[in-house]
Design a protein around this ligand. Structure first.
Ligand code: HAM
Length: 422
């Protein structure tokens, strides 16, 4: 059982599915290139301390969801639950701050969170994301958001809702927290247990609670944007203006509070209706205090991460067709032992010349080979063996035109390359 069943919350992505993943990932790499982002590859695991400090000790991710273990050297190690903390760590470790700023990076890969698995929520899931370090310009916030929205658009996704908010900075947030606590004090006993725990430690998360009763109780709560200091307010307005300029539609959602502690100023989330409860297909925001928190000089930062499983669910929900595996170009069928003896050599020659070619490896009869060949949807079938073979020639059938020709074996590669317009 254990040997043939994968761990709960993980997925095998099988041939036939992987093409879809490659399509989405390559669309992401492509757009990142156009926007001036270069790839960073960060480790799958880090010292646990990085996430405690980076993501924040009061977050669900750190409190309940980390895959943490002690390695053989006695160190506490955690499988990365997200990519921002590692990117910041790498920025500091490799002194990327000494290079011309901003540093604009993107990443793609698996993340690990021990949550309750359900549709769109996995324990090993996959994100693509970007991080920009060193620039405070509101146009960078808009660039990052626009990149995400253009990416979804290029995949063909429609009707997504972009929610944006500002959670302020360390100067204006304490006053907001106090205002919020004052508002909630009379109803504290009515909040769910989790929110009662959040009241002192992180009251803003109460705004984000999914319990219907809590949602009712916070419906009229003071919003973040009214508490913003003038600088945060100006920044937020400027971000919205830039988004207007490039026609990115958004809703200001003053109750949007993201689940990670590092956010300052702009936060955003993208929601796809139609994929169930786990409808957030991406999110991000500014984290102007994180580099300092990790031991660097004060450096602004902003980024996002998008969940690939949820993007693929949304594409499926919207019936967006994704390219399937590329067809083979040539199938080499063999007739008799003479043909079989040469088949591997001919096949390899074709492949080395740039042709996508396949043969049978299961000792099938000619009839069964041809049946099997259908699966590869090859344009040409080459028949190796038989009477022509004794004359140094092979039959080549064009499966599209339905015509068959005899070709000298020594000219086969050239003949096929011409036919395939290679
Ligand atoms: P996050 O909101 O925790 O942010 O995750 C971003 C996205 O990852 C979510 O919107 C969702 O699509 C996907 N996701 C998260 N958890 C799961 C899961 N268990 N199963 C499937 N998909 C999931 C971050 O991770 C931040 N690092 C984003 C960021 C980058 N902020 C600034 N820079």
């Amino acid at each position: 059982m254990v040997l043939t069943t994968r761990p709960r919350g993980t997925n095998d992505i099988l041939p036939g599915e992987t093409e879809k993943w490659q399509f989405v990932e390559s669309a992401f790499r492509n757009i990142c290139g156009r926007y001036g982002y270069a790839e960073i590859r960060i480790p799958m695991f880090e010292h646990t301390e990085l996430f405690l400090r980076g993501v924040g000790e009061t977050t669900d991710v750190v409190e309940k969801e980390m895959y943490t273990f002690t390695d053989r050297g006695g160190r506490s190690i955690t499988l990365r639950p997200e990519g921002t903390a590692s990117t910041v760590r790498a920025f500091l470790e490799h002194k990327l701050f000494a290079q011309p700023l901003p540093a604009k990076m993107y990443y793609a890969g698996p993340m690990f969170r021990y949550g309750r698995p359900q549709a769109g929520r996995l324990r090993q899931f996959h994100q693509v994301g970007v991080e920009v370090l060193g620039a405070k310009d509101p146009a960078v916030d808009a660039e990052v958001i626009t990149l995400a929205m253009d990416f979804y658009g290029e995949l063909g996704l429609q009707g997504l809702e972009l929610r944006v908010n500002s959670v302020g900075c360390p100067h204006c947030r304490p006053a907001h927290r106090e205002r919020l606590k004052e508002f909630l004090r009379p109803v504290l006993g009515e909040l769910c247990d989790t929110c009662q725990g959040r009241y002192e430690r992180n009251p803003m998360r109460i705004l984000d609670c999914k319990s219907p009763r809590c949602q009712e109780l916070v419906a009229e709560a003071p919003t973040t944007t009214v508490s913003l200091c003038s600088e945060c307010d100006r920044h937020f307005r400027q971000v919205l203006k830039c988004l207007d300029q490039v026609g990115v539609n958004y809703t200001v959602d003053q109750h949007l509070v993201r689940g990670l502690d590092y956010y300052t100023n702009t936060t955003f989330e993208i929601v796809a209706a139609g994929i169930g409860a786990q409808s957030s297909i991406g999110g991000g925001g500014r984290y102007d205090g994180l580099v300092e928190e990790c031991g660097g000089a004060p450096t602004p930062g902003i980024g996002f991460a998008l969940g690939l499983e949820r993007i693929l669910l949304a594409m499926e929900d919207q019936n967006i067709s994704i390219p399937v595996a590329e067809a083979m170009e040539v199938f080499v069928a063999t007739i008799g032992p003479e043909g079989e003896a040469e088949a591997f050599r001919v096949l390899t020659e074709l492949r080395r010349s740039g042709i996508r070619a396949e043969k049978d490896f299961m000792g099938r009869s000619l009839k069964a080979q041809l049946k099997h060949a259908g699966k590869f949807r090859a344009r040409y079938t080459v028949f190796l063996g038989g009477e022509e073979f004794t004359r140094g020639a092979v039959s080549v059938r064009d499966m599209v035109k339905g015509i068959q020709e005899e070709v000298a074996l020594k000219n086969l590669t050239t003949y096929l390359r011409q036919g395939l317009a290679l």
